[in-house]
Design a protein around this ligand. Structure first.
Ligand code: AKG
Ligand code: FE2
Length: 289
């Protein structure tokens, strides 16, 4: 079997995988499975120099899970409704776009959130535009056993919007109308989740949309979530990715959190950033049967 090259990213976790073409019809199921275990063991993968059509990007996405189709909005591609386009300008309103500039877990406000997310870099800015990633599995493993035991069976309430344990510097996500909010009711997720394929334990979505902990006074819940955040969002669990064109960035959504870098003003033309995005739920079909 073809062997990929794997080397650590320059941050605290994640790897760059090279000698691989994810669009190739010769990219066998066996190799794909190998790539997935590299992902599960490292939580974040960067694959450089991929030349993919939208169809090839979507085909790769579908191997990773079931694409989450977002509501129709200006980011959703009309010809490929499972792909969103992420940019750093809100062209219609002539202002910088800061949609994801807060620590979050994709769809943590949903009963069936993303299990992996993929960004494909179409235009990389000369300056800025990095994505920050936090390794929640590494952070869980580094907790004292006593703390792990205390939190292992807690359930956290989640609701769209700014949660009670937002991190300093987070920009609040856009507010929703009453009607939209009716479609995202408050739900719960375990504070410590088991990875859907490996069963390994990880902290889950400790900041982002968290609104409280079942059976715990709000103040105590906020304190606990903030202290877990102080632990997890240390540099030793963080990797910052600076994009090049044609990068594929694939992350395990259950065991990580991420944040875009905020922008204060409209980017100069050389700093415009365009990424195609697919988020997936469920486990890859290769593990089903
Ligand atoms: O724009 C970024 O850097 C992050 C985007 C993001 O949060 C996502 O694609 O889920
Ligand atoms: Fe995100």
């Amino acid at each position: 079997m073809h062997t990929f090259k794997v080397k650590p990213l320059s941050g605290s976790f994640g790897v760059e995988v090279s000698d691989i073409d994810v669009s190739s019809k010769y990219f066998s199921d066996e190799e794909f499975k190998k790539l997935l275990f590299i992902l599960y063991n490292n939580r974040l993968i960067v694959i450089r120099d991929q030349n993919l059509t939208k169809v090839e990007f979507l085909d790769f996405g579908k191997r990773c899970g079931n694409p989450i189709r977002h509501v129709i909005n200006q980011s959703r591609m009309s010809d490929f409704p499972d792909i969103l386009t992420i940019t750093n300008t809100d062209v219609a309103n002539d202002k910088p776009s800061n949609g994801a500039a807060q620590w979050h877990t994709d769809q943590s406000y949903d009963t069936e959130p993303a299990t992996s997310t993929i960004l494909y870099s179409i235009k990389a800015p000369e300056l800025g535009g990095e994505t920050l990633f936090c390794d929640l599995m590494g952070a869980y493993n580094a907790l004292p056993e006593k703390t792990q035991k205390k939190i292992n069976s807690l359930k956290v309430k989640h609701l769209w919007g700014k949660g009670i344990a937002a991190r300093p510097g987070d920009i609040s996500p856009p507010t929703l109308s009453k009607e939209q909010l009716n479609n995202v009711p408050q739900i719960t997720h375990p504070l410590v989740k088991k990875h859907p394929v490996t069963g390994d334990k990880t902290l889950y979505s400790i900041a982002g949309t968290s609104r409280g902990i079942i059976g715990m006074p709000l103040d105590e819940a906020r304190k606990l979530l903030l202290s877990l955040g102080d632990h997890a969002f240390q540099d030793r669990f963080i990797t910052e990715h600076k994009y090049r064109e044609n990068d594929i960035v694939l992350w395990d959504t259950t065991s990580t959190m991420h944040s875009a870098t905020p922008l204060r003003e409209l980017p100069k033309p050389e700093n415009i950033r365009i990424l195609y995005r697919i988020s997936l739920r469920g486990i890859p079909s290769i593990f089903q049967n």
